[in-house]
Every structure is written in structure tokens, then in C-alpha cells.
Design a protein around this ligand. Structure first.
Ligand code: SAH
Ligand code: ZN
Ligand code: ZN
Ligand code: ZN
Ligand code: ZN
Length: 486
């Protein structure tokens, strides 16, 4: 294989093409059907389509690449199938489950966890791991109930770093959902939450909630049965155990006896919004179908946890969503951890189709209810009568600029030569009439071929104010208030 995704991306922008039905014809890498992309640069390869791994941003993890119009030889096909087989986990989910039962029945001194292999090992296997690092502490029953503490968080910077919720964010989420009457949680990429739900059920202090975890991290097969964990790829809606896992998934979505279900997801932040939204819509459609929801506009209740600077892109896919001010805290995130020396502001928010006025944010953390906006806002988020909204996205107090006719970040100043507010040290001089990203006068940022360059996020402070105006037509009236504020 000569080309990789990175080579292609180097030479221009790319866009992901969502095509549901033909998914089955997409070639497969170890992570399920590949995603289809299109080159958007001005070069000779503009418009050319290719398939690449849906889950891995880093070619070291998966270097799958294929031009859409490429003919694949029989030999390469076989090599690929072999590769896909070799990347499967050591055991099947069922095997992992029986190993767990055997492991749990061992006396404490015979229970070992291999840190190098991230595997619970049985006495007969010890010899294979003698050169490996074993966990020094005892693997008690209590520890087996908290696999997120036993396993080392994945820390691949590019694709799936695992950032675990701080205790208080877990309890805030669960208390809130419990109060709203939800008794079933579909946890997509939220292993810590799944674990905390189970702990709370055991403690018996709050109503019992059921949870199904969907995550790509196969290490969880060791701890959870097939009725509570499915290995799943949220970028292509792929279940690794096919029909068997789908059966458990569908069984869980079915709301028998009026048990209300909500999905909660915390995808990797480098992830592409469109494929994620497509998977979540498919989950929602399955939910509607199974529960015979006839209202065409009805959606499964969802909470999507993501940084605030993705607001416009998420609302574009889900116009019914709103972003809440609640700042999600993590235990192991180097930047968003709420440390001893005071709180670093987390940029991570909740996006949801639940009604914002029903979600009461903790007063003890400074949130208050704005009766005009009818939602809880952070302490620094003051209502602006001119914008008719509480405009702050980052929790700081924003300032209204009369010339721009909107509220802006406190660090921004109005620049008369640019005709808009910007950071004091912004590249000034050329009036920014063209594209904010590449400087071209031929298009605006929204039409910029380099906009999604590197499949990475456009960050906030230097991002263009125009970005948030780039909206789905349908939701215009509904989101008018919000748009003026961004
Ligand atoms: N805050 C969450 C963890 C979020 S980290 C918690 O505390 O529970 C992101 C999670 O998404 C990880 O568990 C990771 O394994 C999972 N993940 C990463 N890529 C994925 C993919 N393609 N499909 C499904 N899950 C994925
Ligand atoms: Zn892959
Ligand atoms: Zn080992
Ligand atoms: Zn204002
Ligand atoms: Zn201004």
C-alpha cells in the first residue's frame, strides 16, 4: 500500500461522505466498514474519493486506505482478510465471560492482572506472562467492579484517548437523568458512567437504573457480560459481534413497562461530527422503530458530550439540540481537570434534545437559572438584553460590542481595520473579507476546502465568527436567538 490517509490529507482538504445503504459495500478494516472521503483541494485529485479507517486517526493504529475506484487484487483481498482476523481480540466475548467467572472464583492470592497485556490471567497462563509487569495489589472483588480504575486509560493522543469523568460529573448526570424519570441508560463510549450506575444500584440509595455500554475498547469484555457490553464502533455504527450483539442492543432499546431510555455519549474529541451524528441517528431510528413511535419528528432522548466549539457543527446535524452551560470535569485530563489550586475551566459541554429548562445545574457550583432564557447558565454568563440571550460559551463573562451587534469574548477588542472584534494580537491589516482560514478572497470560511484539513477540530479563540452562522436552513427560526449570540 503506497498511500495513506495522511499523504492524501497533506495535499488538500477532505470531506466525509455519508452513505448509509452502501455501507455494506464499503471495504472493511479491523474496525468494520471504512468511511468514504472525498478530496476537496484544488489539485488534480480534487473530487477523488477514497476509503479510510473510520476509527483511527493515526496511521500507526490502522493504515487502511483504498481509492474508491481502485481495483483490488485477489491476493490483496486475502491479505486484508488475514489482517482483519489477526487484529481481533484474543478471545470471544463469551470466552472472556467464562474466564471472568473462573477468575472471580479463585482465591485472592491466585488472581492476577497482567498490566502489560491488560488482561486478567488464570493460573495456567502465568508462565506466559513471567516477563510482564503484574499488578502489585490484590485484585479484590471490589476492584473487579471498577474496571476503569484497573485498566490503564488508553492514551492515544490522536484517536482514542480515554478521559474518565470525575465523580461529581458522573453523579450530576445520573441524578439529573434519574430525576427526569429515565431508568435505562445507553452508554456510548462512557465506561466510567456504566460502572458508577452499577455501583449506585448496589448501594441502593437511588432508584435502580439499567445500563448497556457500547464501546470499542475490547478490554471491557473481560468484566461485562454480553447483556451489558457490546463492542461497538460509533463512527460507522458497527457491532463487532454482529447479530449476537445487535440482539442485546435491540432488546435494551425496547422500553418495556414504560421504562424510559436515554442515550449518553462522550466520543473522542478528535472525532468527526458527521459520522458520529449519523450513527446516533441510526440508534434513534432503531429506538423509534422498536418502540413503534409514530410521531415523525420524535427523537430518542440523547446527551452528546463534546467541546463547546463544536456547537455549530452539532446543531447542523441535530437542529433540535441545545448546548447547556454545564462544564464536564474529568479525572485524568491534563487540561480540564478540576485541580487543587482552583478550577480550570473545562470546554466540554452537554448537547441534548432534552428540554434545557428541565435540567437544573448545581447551584453550589455557581450555576443559576435565567428566567428569560429559561435555562441554567454559568455564574459568569450574564444575560445581554441587546442580544436577548445569555451569550457566553466558555463560562467567562462576555461583553456586548455595539459595532458587531453581538457579545464577544472578554479578551477580544473591536478592530476598526478588520471591522470586527478579535484578539488584540490578531493578524491585522488586510480587511478580513475573505476566508478566515486560508486567507483566500474567493470564498468564506464555510466554503474553505482546507476547513476540515487534517480531520482535526477548528479551535475556538482563533476560529472565525462566521462559523456559527453556517446553519441548517430548517432550524433557522428556532436557533435565531442562539446564532446571534455566537
Ligand atoms: N468520559 C467517559 C469516557 C470518554 S473517553 C467516561 O468517563 O466514561 C472516550 C470513550 O470512547 C473511550 O471509552 C473509548 O474507548 C471510546 N471510543 C473511542 N473510539 C471509539 C469508537 N470508534 N467507537 C466506540 N467507542 C470509542
Ligand atoms: Zn481501522
Ligand atoms: Zn502479560
Ligand atoms: Zn450582547
Ligand atoms: Zn466588535
Amino acid at each position: 500500500m503506497s498511500k495513506t490517509v495522511d499523504d492524501v490529507v497533506e495535499s488538500g482538504g477532505i470531506e466525509v461522505i455519508i452513505q448509509n445503504e452502501s455501507e455494506k459495500t464499503a471495504p472493511r478494516c479491523p474496525h468494520g466498514p471504512a468511511l468514504l472521503f472525498e478530496k476537496t483541494g484544488h489539485g488534480e485529485e480534487n473530487g477523488r474519493r477514497f476509503y479510510a479507517c473510520s476509527a483511527c486517526r493515526d496511521r500507526k493504529d490502522c493504515n487502511f486506505f483504498q481509492w474508491a475506484d481502485e481495483k483490488i487484487s485477489e491476493a490483496r483481498m486475502l491479505a486484508r482478510e488475514e489482517q482483519n482476523r489477526s487484529k481481533k481480540p484474543l478471545f470471544t466475548h463469551q470466552q472472556y465471560c467464562s474466564r471472568f467467572l473462573e477468575f472471580a472464583s479463585l482465591p485472592l492470592e491466585q488472581r492476577r492482572f497482567c498490566v502489560d497485556c491488560q488482561l486478567l490471567i488464570l493460573p495456567g497462563e502465568w508462565t506466559n506472562h513471567t516477563k510482564h509487569k503484574a499488578l502489585s495489589e490484590d485484585v479484590t472483588v471490589q476492584r473487579l467492579k471498577k474496571p476503569s480504575l484497573l485498566l490503564s486509560p488508553l492514551d492515544n493522543k490522536k484517536s482514542n484517548a480515554q478521559y474518565l469523568f470525575a465523580e461529581r460529573s458522573c453523579h450530576f448526570l445520573l441524578d439529573t437523568l434519574c430525576t427526569l424519570g429515565f431508568r435505562k441508560l445507553l452508554c456510548v463510549g462512557t465506561p466510567r458512567l456504566h460502572e458508577v450506575i452499577k455501583m449506585r444500584n448496589l448501594e441502593g440509595k437511588s432508584p435502580v437504573m439499567r445500563s448497556l455500554l457500547l464501546d470499542i475498547d475490547h478490554r471491557y469484555c473481560q468484566f461485562y457480560g454480553q447483556d451489558e457490553f457490546c463492542r461497538y464502533n460509533m463512527f460507522n455504527h458497527h457491532f463487532f459481534d454482529d447479530e449476537e450483539a445487535v440482539k442485546f442492543f435491540q432488546g435494551f432499546l425496547l422500553e418495556e413497562g414504560g421504562e424510559k431510555l436515554v442515550m449518553i455519549t462522550d466520543p473522542p474529541f478528535g472525532g468527526l461530527v458527521k459520522p458520529l451524528a449519523n450513527s446516533f441517528s441510526q440508534i434513534s431510528m432503531t429506538w423509534k422503530h422498536l418502540n413503534k413511535v409514530s410521531d415523525a419528528s420524535a427523537e430518542m432522548p440523547m446527551i452528546w458530550i463534546f467541546p463547546y466549539f463544536f456547537e455549530s457543527r452539532i446543531l447542523e446535524c441535530f437542529p433540535s439540540f441545545s448546548m447547556l452551560d454545564y462544564q464536564v470535569d474529568y479525572d485524568n485530563h491534563p487540561l480540564y481537570k478540576h485541580g487543587k489550586t482552583g478550577r480550570k475551566q473545562s470546554p466540554v459541554r452537554l448537547f441534548t434534545n432534552l428540554s434545557p429548562k428541565d435540567i437544573i445545574l448545581p447551584e453550589a457550583e455557581g450555576y443559576r437559572f435565567c428566567s428569560i432564557c429559561e435555562r441554567c447558565v454559568s455564574a459568569g454568563n450574564k444575560h445581554c438584553p441587546k442580544c436577548d440571550t445569555c451569550p457566553s460559551k466558555d463560562g467567562r463573562e462576555w461583553r456586548h460590542c455595539d459595532e458587531c451587534e453581538r457579545c464577544v469574548k472578554p479578551s477580544w477588542r473591536h478592530c476598526s481595520s478588520c471591522g470586527r472584534c478579535a484578539l488584540p494580537d490578531h493578524p491585522c491589516g488586510q480587511r478580513q473579507t475573505g476566508c478566515f482560514k486560508c486567507g483566500s478572497q474567493k470564498h468564506k470560511l464555510r466554503g474553505c476546502p482546507k476547513k476540515h484539513n487534517k480531520r482535526m477540530l477548528v479551535s475556538d479563540d482563533h476560529g472565525a465568527p462566521g462559523l456559527s452562522k453556517h446553519k441548517a436552513g430548517k432550524s433557522r427560526a428556532k436557533n435565531k436567538r442562539k446564532r446571534r449570540a455566537t
